[in-house]
Write a protein that binds this ligand. Structure first.
Ligand code: PHE
Length: 337
């Protein structure tokens, strides 16, 4: 008992209780031996042991009460909790609007039977240009102001390298979309960025099975699912080295639905993507016989469709990472990610 100080902890108090008064405690054992004593001895010893027991119990109770009082004093001394104060807001992260838009677009293509295949950002001249029917001195090569990396490598200027990568490693029929980042030597501005996303899409099957009409059908389905059921589209003749014929696709202006407004410069239409029938020379470059296979390809800018869908008028906002801007857009439809 002497070892139990004024500052004994609850654990130490309990330990002493077990050691003395517990079922096989020292005092308990002594009390059990009382039965073996002569009656007079038993009475005296019994009284003595009972006295000791009461003293121990009183002391333990006293120490316990002191502990409780101390705990109470400490709790009262602590700064009070004010339950009316606002809680600590935990800000949840969210997907970048470009990620949301990209995933929504890919979901639509997947629902139409396209598979998603990602290809590389760092490319060689063959996959970014030559196989896509750009001759060495073709002006389009300069048009696409390229970041050259040395060693014959470059940063891809479009996702059309995905057509070449997928076709050279697989056989038709194919229906594939290739999302990815592309790079051109452009200044960051309201409309352009040196890095931007594209979604390439293409379909290849036997000659006659996939036509320009199918291209229009697929794009129409996609654009109406993505921008809304009232979206119209039109084809304008255009040029790309890797498609023949080539078209540029316009959609009816989302703001004025074709009536003409400031955004569409009164035309009622907004340019949205490039497309066409895959050039025979592209098929030859990947080892497909153009007499057997036919297909279409299209490519669209991710930022471009995001600007239109979200009603944003400056592309730079997507890259500034201002949480006040980024937090405005719903992240709906991202269950996939
Ligand atoms: N690669 C073209 C571009 O970057 C887009 C495109 C893709 C056009 C496929 C036709 C077919 O502008």
């Amino acid at each position: 008992m002497a070892r139990l100080s004024e500052r004994a902890t609850a654990g130490e108090i309990e330990e002493v209780r077990v050691r003395t008064l517990g079922r096989s405690g020292e005092l308990t054992l002594l009390m059990r031996q009382l039965g073996g004593l002569a009656p007079e001895e038993r009475r005296d010893a019994g009284r003595l042991l009972n006295e000791i027991k009461q003293q121990i119990e009183a002391r333990l109770a006293e120490l316990k009460i002191r502990l409780q009082q101390e705990a109470l004093r400490r709790a009262v001394a602590e700064p009070p909790i004010d339950p009316t104060l606002p809680g600590l807001g935990i800000r949840r992260g969210r997907f970048h609007p470009l990620t949301v838009v990209l995933e929504q677009a890919l979901d639509i293509f997947e629902s139409m039977g396209f598979e998603v295949a990602e290809t590389q950002d760092i490319e060689d001249d063959f996959h970014n240009f030559s196989a896509l029917n750009f001759p060495p001195d073709h002006p389009a090569r300069e048009m696409q102001d390229t970041f050259f990396l040395g060693g014959g490598l470059l940063l891809r200027t479009h996702t059309s390298n995905g057509q070449v990568r997928v076709m050279e490693s697989r056989q038709p029929p194919l229906a594939v979309v290739c999302p990815g980042n592309c790079y051109r030597r452009d200044e960051l501005s309201v409309r352009a960025s040196p890095m931007f996303g594209q979604i390439e899409g293409f379909m290849v099957d036997r000659v006659g099975a996939v036509t320009l009409a199918d291209l229009k059908g697929v794009l129409g389905e996609f654009l109406r699912a993505f921008f809304g059921p009232r979206t119209n589209l039109r084809f304008r003749a255009s040029f790309f080295p890797f498609t023949e014929p080539s078209v540029e696709v316009d959609i009816s202006c989302l703001l004025c639905a074709g009536a003409g407004c400031r955004v569409c410069k009164q035309s009622g239409w907004t340019e949205i993507l490039g497309a066409g029938m895959i050039h025979h020379n592209v098929f030859r470059a990947v080892g497909y016989d153009p007499a057997r296979w036919q297909g279409f390809a299209f490519g669209m800018g991710v930022e471009r469709i995001a600007l239109l869908k979200l009603g944003v008028d400056d592309l730079r906002l997507f890259f500034e990472n201002d949480a006040r801007f980024l937090g405005q857009f719903p992240a709906a439809g991202l269950e996939r990610v």
